[in-house]
Design a protein around this ligand. Structure first.
Ligand code: MN
Length: 458
């Protein structure tokens, strides 16, 4: 690495980048969906603001941190952004901690398997005991690596990410991201950043403390190599990109590890509005295939909420998941219910924005009060984990589906059908329900616990 650094002293960056000149009227966003011209104008070794909390500066790290292999996977990356990724690593990382930098280029003929395959290949050739995955359009900040390695040295089952700062895709300005965020998602397996709740914030007395996160954002994380291999690397049958972060996140949590965001580690990343790759069957289809594989292998009975939230996934081919199912068995992983209860209870509370009131079915206390109450009745149709919304239109809905009836005759079936505005066959008042194997209408009985509804204002 020292000799690589010396090389950069003689490296003619301007010449390397301006092999092609920009003509007037040429679209600098065309190839990479960011302003390539601006990226080329800004030197690759520019100074960036240290965006950490000032208390991070006082932290001391162990002298025996393990060196890491830094794996940068790329496919058609702009030279300027790739160069900035590498130079920032060389300039802002203690030399003894970087065993090697592996530039893993996606094979042109392998575009359908793309980045996930490349990451696996990079990991397989890596020689250090710790793997650091980076995107190819990043810019690491001061001391970014030390706090990440420290967490892994203390406990190799941790999988850790930096706070991902924002490199503006138009101006390439380096902007600090909030360090009170964690990764979250909804039942359609759509990723989003989430503010920590007021209670979680109140509990965080020390702003340098790691943040447990239900999911990582994607390609920026550090993991012990033996742990990565033990957990089954990646699902190599997934296409290109998107959804793989769900699979690896569920797997890490459910199979005995944890995911953390480390506020004292900062890495800038160019977030794009659209993905520049051409996906094998279009972006949406690739995403559906990858998330469907995840739901089928990891979400147990809760996959029905994924299908309810993403109806387009129903009936879609998703390949063979046998080996991943076996992997899960072999690793004796927790259930998805465990994950929901211990890692991401907030997912249960997600509800439609249209919702005024939240209805939780059935009354969870009732099984304690009434020994005759049999919760298994509800297991398929009305699990306590399901979240229902009682809307202003007086529909009882879950995602896009509403409780619907054809008649109010006792014994007639209640069904879940796609919601329609103003459909009076979709329950317009709270009716009492009696559950047998299926959900049917029954006259009110004030003592019947199976007819109790708990309503919670949201
Ligand atoms: Mn990226």
């Amino acid at each position: 690495l020292a000799s690589l650094l010396a090389c950069f002293g003689r490296f003619e960056e301007r010449r390397y980048l301006s092999a092609r000149k920009w003509k007037g009227g040429e679209d600098p966003y065309r190839l990479h969906a960011f302003n390539q011209r601006e990226s080329e104008r800004i030197p690759s070794d520019r100074a960036v603001r240290d965006t950490r909390h000032y208390r991070c500066l006082a932290l001391r790290y162990r002298p025996d941190l393990p060196p890491t292999s830094i794996i940068i996977t790329f496919h058609n990356e702009a030279r300027s952004t790739l160069l900035r990724t590498i130079r920032s690593v060389l300039n802002r990382t203690p030399v003894h901690l970087v065993h090697e930098i592996i530039l893993q280029r996606g094979k042109p003929k392998e575009t359908t398997r793309g980045l996930i395959r490349s990451r696996i290949r990079g990991a397989d050739v890596a020689q250090a005991g710790v793997l650091t995955f980076l995107d190819s359009h990043c810019e690491v900040n001061k001391d970014w690596l030390l706090p990440l390695l420290q967490r892994i040295k203390e406990d190799p089952t941790r999988v850790v990410s930096p706070v991902i700062d924002i490199i503006n895709l138009d101006t390439f300005a380096y902007v600090a991201a909030s360090s009170d965020l964690r990764g979250g998602f909804d039942w359609s397996l759509h990723f989003r950043w989430e503010q920590l709740s007021p209670e979680q914030k109140a509990k965080r007395l020390d702003p340098t403390e790691p943040i447990k996160t239900p999911i990582i954002a994607g390609g920026l994380f550090v993991i012990d190599k033996a742990w990565f291999n033990h957990l089954g690397k990646y699902d190599s049958a997934m296409d290109i990109w998107g959804g793989e972060n769900f699979e690896i996140s569920f797997r890490v949590w459910m199979c005995g590890g944890s995911l953390e965001i480390i506020p004292c580690s900062r890495v800038g990343h160019v977030f794009r509005k659209k993905h520049p790759y051409v996906f094998p069957e279009g972006n949406a289809n690739t995403y559906i295939k990858n998330t469907k594989r995840t739901a089928e292998v990891w979400m147990d009975e809760f996959k029905q909420y994924y299908y309810a939230a993403r109806p387009a996934a129903q009936g879609r081919p998703y390949g063979n998941v046998q080996s991943r199912v076996e992997l899960r068995k072999k690793l004796k992983c927790h259930s998805f219910k465990w994950y929901l209860e211990n890692v991401y209870p907030e997912l249960r509370k997600l509800q439609e924005n249209t919702g005024a009131k939240e209805v939780v079915l059935p009354n969870q206390e009732s099984s304690k009060i009434n020994p005759d109450f049999k919760p298994p009745f509800f297991r398929f149709f009305l699990s306590p984990l399901q979240e229902w919304t009682y809307t202003y239109n007086h529909q009882v809905r879950q995602q896009q589906l509403c409780l619907s009836v054809y008649t109010l005759f006792p014994g007639s079936q209640v069904q879940l059908l796609p919601c329609k505005e103003g459909d009076n066959k979709q329950v317009s008042l709270l009716i009492h329900l009696l559950s047998t194997k299926e959900l049917v209408i029954n006259p009110c009985e004030s003592t019947a616990m199976s007819q109790r509804w708990d309503m919670v204002m949201s």
